[in-house]
Design a protein around this ligand. Structure first.
Ligand SMILES: Nc1ncnc2c1ncn2[C@@H]1O[C@H](COP(=O)(O)OP(=O)(O)OP(=O)(O)O)[C@@H](O)[C@H]1O
Ligand SMILES: [Mg+2]
Length: 340
């Protein structure tokens, strides 16, 4: 049934206690994901996208820890699930694909064996049936000649084919949620598009919901229904893709959109017209108020005093900015740098 919530994340935080003082890398993130929906998570490097993704699967490395009110997967709270209980869900009801498939694939097993393993870890099927299903999956992710490819080791495959194999493993048990962390960043542009199309097509066929982490706003425009923008570990804006790209409200989102690379006049030539000046604050030294205030062209004293609350905006969106009225009345400048 479309519209049904399959994942509901409430107040998710990720903390590290390396030293005397705990560092909060992800702060109280909330979002919901419906069946068959794609939610993109965007933000500059280091803002907590990967940690948010890993936390959903209970994969935060020690000394990190996950805190929050709930992570409800198909209605069941999985926050705090450990060991065997979490392993049973991982790869079964929630699965993940990574930027670099080689780190996730096992180099000493053939890709066919790895798919069979993924199936048999969660389902009681014979090895003959699992093999048939694995070949079917290789075919489904459009790996040519799947019967032969079944016996190939990962190093024999190209980057794009490896990514397809990883998708086959992730989808082996038809998970309710697929988390894709920059799944195409390491691939060339044509292959990137093919992989994104494949994920999108499989999502439409199976109803799997997708959390898609990306740096690329072109990818957001093409594949995401909604977008969650993170800055320094916090959610600063969440909107439908259409609303966000048409009329971004948070000054950080406006900066990201203005700073996106554009295709220049020469074929394949990409240029960044503007950058958001300044850097993301360090986890050890977070501003007390809005974390973007030190870089924000319209911040006031009030912005620096306390973290701004998330304010609901149209179509289920929200934005954490005290200056939202100013953002609403002024269209984002064509050249964001003029706002500084
Ligand atoms: N094991 C760790 N101990 C302490 N801090 C960590 C650890 N792992 C990650 N961090 C910090 O948490 C923050 C968020 O990291 P994360 O990998 O989620 O960022 P990201 O948004 O995925 O960045 P990128 O776009 O570069 O992949 C960063 O500041 C990072 O330095
Ligand atoms: Mg990352």
């Amino acid at each position: 049934m479309p519209g049904q919530t399959v994942l509901s994340v409430e107040g998710l935080s990720v903390k590290f206690s390396h030293s005397d003082r705990p560092l909060t890398a992800v702060s109280e993130i909330d979002f919901e994901l419906a069946r068959g929906e794609t939610l993109a998570i965007v933000g500059e490097s280091g803002c907590g996208k990967s940690l948010t993704a890993l936390a959903l699967l209970g994969l935060i490395p020690t000394p990190g820890r996950i805190e929050g009110r709930a992570i409800r997967l198909e209605g069941r709270d999985i926050l705090g699930l450990q060991g065997e209980a979490m392993r049973r869900l991982r790869g079964n009801r929630i699965a993940m694909i990574f930027q670099e498939p080689m780190t996730a694939l096992n180099p000493v097993l053939t890709i066919g064996e790895q798919i069979v393993e993924a199936i048999r870890e969660h389902e009681d099927v014979s090895s003959v049936d699992a093999r048939k299903r694995a070949i079917g999956l290789l075919d489904r992710v459009r790996i040519p000649d799947p019967r032969r490819r079944f016996d190939d080791y990962p190093h024999r495959l190209s980057g794009g084919m490896r990514q397809r194999a990883m998708i086959a493993i992730a989808l082996a048990c038809s998970p309710a949620v697929l988390v894709a962390d920059e799944p195409t960043t390491a691939l060339d542009v044509t292959i990137q598009a093919q992989i994104l199309e494949l994920i999108d097509e499989l999502k439409r066929e199976t109803g799997t919901a997708v959390v898609l982490i990306t740096h690329d706003l072109g990818v957001v425009a093409g594949y995401a229904d909604r977008v969650l923008v993170m800055y320094a570990g916090r959610k600063v804006e969440e909107r439908t893709t259409h609303d966000l790209l048409e009329a971004p409200l948070h000054p950080y989102t406006r900066g990201l959109i203005a700073a996106r690379p554009r295709i220049g006049t020469r074929a394949g030539f990409r240029e960044r017209l503007t950058e958001i000046p300044g850097i993301v604050p360090s986890l050890r030294d977070m501003p007390a108020g809005c974390r973007f205030a030190p870089r924000c062209p319209i911040a006031t004293e009030a912005c620096r005093l306390a973290p701004p609350p998330l304010i609901p905006v149209g179509a289920g969106g929200s934005v954490a900015c005290l200056r939202i009225e100013d953002s609403r009345v002024s269209k984002p400048p064509a050249d964001y740098s003029s706002a500084y």
